[in-house]
Design a protein around this ligand. Structure first.
Ligand code: DC
Length: 337
């Protein structure tokens, strides 16, 4: 069962206006979620107390939504609440995609975070905490998280398996051009695929990190990956993390953050992460050197180097907890919404 939320405001408390706006809201919910009358199971309405000339449930029946169980109630009289508002909760079965909530009229201002398309770009160097923050943000807004680094890691694995060096540009670009690299989501978690195989765990190995950075220098590889990233972000709200999201992939993204931390802190975070996954063969000193070398390569490559976009907010997470960073970013987003 899927639950879709929505709201709309009416211009006047008249039966005609309530019927019209209720129909508009329900049709928009059905259209946005590809719903037919058959998979709509129940619709619960609530209205503000200034609406009393008609029940939205009755209006819904009159608009042809008579197959679903319909129910209306009146909300408490809360000071400062948006006037003349109808809220809805639609219970539906058999949705092929994630629910799309619909906020129309003045109600759009109530939940801009879910009614408008929300794109958040997080760029920054390795170990800055981007992925932890991106995951938490995506969960908070109930939107997709796209880890673009995973795609370059899958490219690196592709070359490693075929024993091709990224320095052999022609062979490397040919191999990646021929490979099927993509992401799929299972229960909201990104899985990265290389030629149909789920390589999500394998690409996290430390030996892949530096190789991914080298592969990411190649223009043919970047072109292919950026196309895929734009395709995913083009159809839905999402948080993307990477190196070039705010500068090259989605330069028009409305919310951009550049996440950083001192090299030592970043190395410690990566070390902990690797240890948790059972990779214990590398010390913090070596990891610091590796991270610095990777940053150097990512910052100095010719195409889409790691850079803070001029309109990105800089967040130094060295002395912050992940929760503090997420709260700060959410605050910045809310300020601008
Ligand atoms: O974020 P990560 O450590 O998983 O990324 C691995 C490498 O991929 C990184 O060193 C540079 C490259 N990358 C990139 O060039 N552009 C992105 N948008 C994401 C990652």
């Amino acid at each position: 069962m899927n639950i879709i939320r929505g709201a709309i405001t009416v211009d006047a408390d008249t039966p005609e206006e309530i019927r019209e706006k209720t129909g508009e809201l329900l049709r928009a919910v059905a259209q946005a979620n590809d719903l037919s009358g058959d998979n709509l199971k129940a619709i619960i309405f609530s209205t503000t107390q200034d609406i009393h000339s008609c029940y939205p449930a009755k209006a819904a029946r009159e608009c042809g939504f008579e197959k679903a169980a319909l129910f209306s109630s009146v909300e408490p009289d809360i000071e400062g609440a948006l006037p003349l508002c109808i809220r809805v909760m639609v219970f539906a079965e058999g949705l092929k995609k994630k629910e799309k909530h619909v906020y129309l009229g003045k109600a759009a201002a109530l939940r801009k975070d879910i009614s408008a398309k929300l794109i958040v770009a997080l760029d920054g160097p390795a170990g800055s905490g981007k992925s932890t923050i991106a995951k938490a943000l995506a969960a908070a807004y109930d939107i997709l998280y796209l880890d673009t680094g995973a795609m370059y890691r899958a490219c690196a694995l592709c070359l490693k398996r075929q024993n091709i060096s990224p320095d052999d540009v022609a062979a490397a670009e040919r191999a990646i051009g021929a490979a099927d690299i993509g992401v799929r989501y299972e229960a909201g978690t990104q899985h990265t695929f290389l030629n149909g195989e789920d390589v999500s765990a394998e690409i996290r190995k430390n030996e892949i990190s530096m190789l991914a950075s080298s592969v990411a220098k190649l223009s043919g590889v970047r072109k292919k990956m950026v196309e895929k990233q734009r395709e995913i972000a083009g159809t839905q709200s999402c948080v993307l993390d990477g190196r070039d999201i705010g500068t090259a992939v989605l330069p028009d993204a409305p919310f951009k953050f550049f996440i950083t931390a001192s090299p030592r802190v970043r190395a410690e975070r990566r070390w902990k992460e690797l240890k948790e996954k059972g990779e214990t063969g590398i010390g913090i000193e070596e990891l610091t050197r590796e991270i610095e070398a990777r940053d150097e390569q990512d910052r100095n490559r010719e195409i889409s180097p790691l850079r803070q976009a001029p309109d990105a907010v800089l967040v130094d997470t060295s002395d912050m907890t992940a929760e503090e960073v997420v709260a700060l970013i959410r605050e910045k987003i809310q300020e601008k919404i």
